[in-house]
Ligand binder design. Structure first.
Ligand code: ATP
Ligand code: LTN
Length: 333
C-alpha cells in the first residue's frame, strides 16, 4: 500500500566559522540527528553566512570540510537526510536578494545578533551582516520547512522568517509554508566556561571558555576543571550562580538528569568532584564523534561524493520554490 502520510520537512544549517562546539551540538546538531527518524531532514553548511565576518581563505576551506565531516560524525546519515553546502546551490543567494526587497530596514535593525556582532566587529559592519537574517529566511523558506531545530539565539531570526513569509503570502497567495523553531528544553543556550554570561561560541578568542567537539579527553577535562564557578561551594541551580548553572545545564543535557537529581547526586560534595563528573560525561558523549571524524576526514573523496549528491537534490527542491516566487513577483520565464 502506498504511504500517503507525508513526513514533515525539517531544515537547519550551521556556519563553518570555526570548529564545532559543545554549544552547537547540544543546542542544535544533536536534534538534527534524532529528527532524522521522523522527518524529511535537510541540513546545510551555511558558508555564505560565514563571510559576513572576514575569513582567511585557506582557513575557511579547511573549516568547511572539517565542519562537514564533524557534523556527519555526530550521526547525520546521508542515506536518510540531505546535507549540502549552501554556496553550491545558487537558489539561496537568489532568493535572498528577492526577500531583501520584502524585509524592512527597521526590522533588521532590531536583530540582537546584528547588534552584538556589529559591536564585536566595529571595523567591518558590512551590509551582509545586516541582511544575514534574510539569507537565513531564504534557506528555510526554499524548502517549505515545517520545523527548524536551532539554539535559543536563533529564535528572533526564525520569527523574522515567519514575518517575511507571511508578508509575501499576504501579497501573492500561499507561496511559503510558515515554519516553526524547534528549540531544546535543555542545552538551548550553553554559556562560555570562562565567562558564563556570554554564549559559548565558535569564534570565541578565549579557548578555555569553549569545548570543541574534537577536543581530546585531557583537553576537555582541563577546560572543565578551570571552569569559572563561585564561592558558594554548593551544587545547586540558583540566580547569580551562572557558572554552576551552566555546568548543571551541560551535565543535565548530556546525562538526561534533572536539576534536582544533580543537586542530590552532589549534595555535600565540592565543585572539584562536580567539575570532574561533568568533564567525564562530556568526554564519553564526544568520544564516538571524534573517532568517527578521524575516519571521515581521511576520505576526502567520500565526503565530496556525499555533498555533491546532496547539492544536486537541494538544487532540485529549492528551484521549485524559487521558480514559483519569481513567477508571482512578475519576472518573465
Ligand atoms: P559564531 O561564533 O560564528 O557566531 P556560533 O558558534 O554561534 O558561531 P552558529 O553557526 O551561529 O554558531 O550556530 C549553529 C547552531 O548552533 C545554531 O542553531 C545555534 O543556535 C546553535 N548554537 C550556537 N551556539 C550555541 C550555544 N552556546 N548553546 C546552544 N546552541 C548554540
Ligand atoms: N544563522 C544560523 C545558521 C543558519 C541557519 C539557517 C539556521 C543559516 N541558515 C537556516 C537555521 C536555518 C546560525 O546558527 N547562526
Amino acid at each position: 500500500m502506498e504511504n500517503t502520510e507525508k513526513k514533515q520537512v525539517v531544515f537547519s544549517a550551521i556556519q563553518p566559522s570555526g570548529t564545532i562546539t559543545l554549544g552547537n551540538y547540544l543546542g542544535a546538531v544533536r536534534n538534527w540527528v534524532t529528527m532524522q527518524e521522523e522527518y524529511n531532514c535537510i541540513y546545510a553548511l551555511a558558508d555564505l553566512h560565514t563571510i559576513t565576518v572576514r575569513q582567511n581563505p585557506a582557513q575557511m576551506r579547511r573549516n568547511i570540510l572539517d565542519a562537514y565531516a564533524s557534523i556527519m560524525a555526530c550521526g547525520i546519515d546521508v542515506e536518510k537526510s540531505i546535507f549540502f553546502i549552501q554556496s553550491h546551490v545558487h537558489t539561496h543567494a537568489e532568493i535572498a536578494w528577492i526577500l531583501n526587497c520584502y524585509t524592512q530596514f527597521g526590522e533588521l535593525g532590531r536583530m540582537t545578533q546584528f547588534k552584538d556582532k556589529s559591536a564585536k566587529h566595529a571595523d567591518n559592519i558590512n551590509a551582509g551582516l545586516f541582511t544575514y537574517p534574510v539569507l537565513m529566511a531564504g534557506d528555510i523558506l526554499l524548502y517549505q520547512a515545517d520545523k527548524v531545530p536551532v539554539g535559543a539565539d536563533q529564535k528572533q531570526h526564525i520569527e523574522l522568517t515567519c514575518d517575511v513569509a507571511r508578508r509575501f503570502n499576504g501579497l501573492y497567495g500561499d507561496v511559503f509554508k510558515i515554519p516553526e523553531g524547534f528549540i531544546p528544553q535543555n542545552g538551548a543556550r550553553v554559556m562560555s566556561l570562562q565567562n558564563p554570561l556570554n554564549k559559548m561560541s565558535k569564534s570565541d578568542e578565549n579557548v578555555n571558555g569553549c569545548v570543541h567537539l574534537l577536543d581530546p579527553p585531557e583537553v576537555i577535562m582541563r577546560k572543565f576543571k578551570r571552569a569559572v564557578t563561585d564561592s558558594d561551594a554548593c551544587v545547586r541551580y540558583a540566580e547569580g550562580k551562572d557558572g554552576v548553572n551552566n555546568l548543571m545545564t551541560i551535565y543535565g543535557a548530556v546525562t538526561g538528569k534533572s536539576f534536582e537529581q544533580i543537586e542530590a547526586e552532589f549534595a555535600g560534595k565540592g565543585y572539584g568532584d562536580f567539575k570532574a563528573a561533568v568533564g567525564e560525561a562530556v568526554v564519553e558523549e564526544l568520544r564516538p564523534i571524534r573517532e568517527r571524524y578521524e575516519q571521515l576526514i581521511k576520505d576526502k573523496a567520500y565526503l565530496e561524493e556525499c555533498y555533491r549528491k546532496a547539492d544536486e537534490t537541494a538544487l532540485k527542491i529549492s528551484s521549485r520554490t524559487l521558480g514559483k516566487v519569481m513567477k508571482k513577483v512578475g519576472f518573465i520565464r
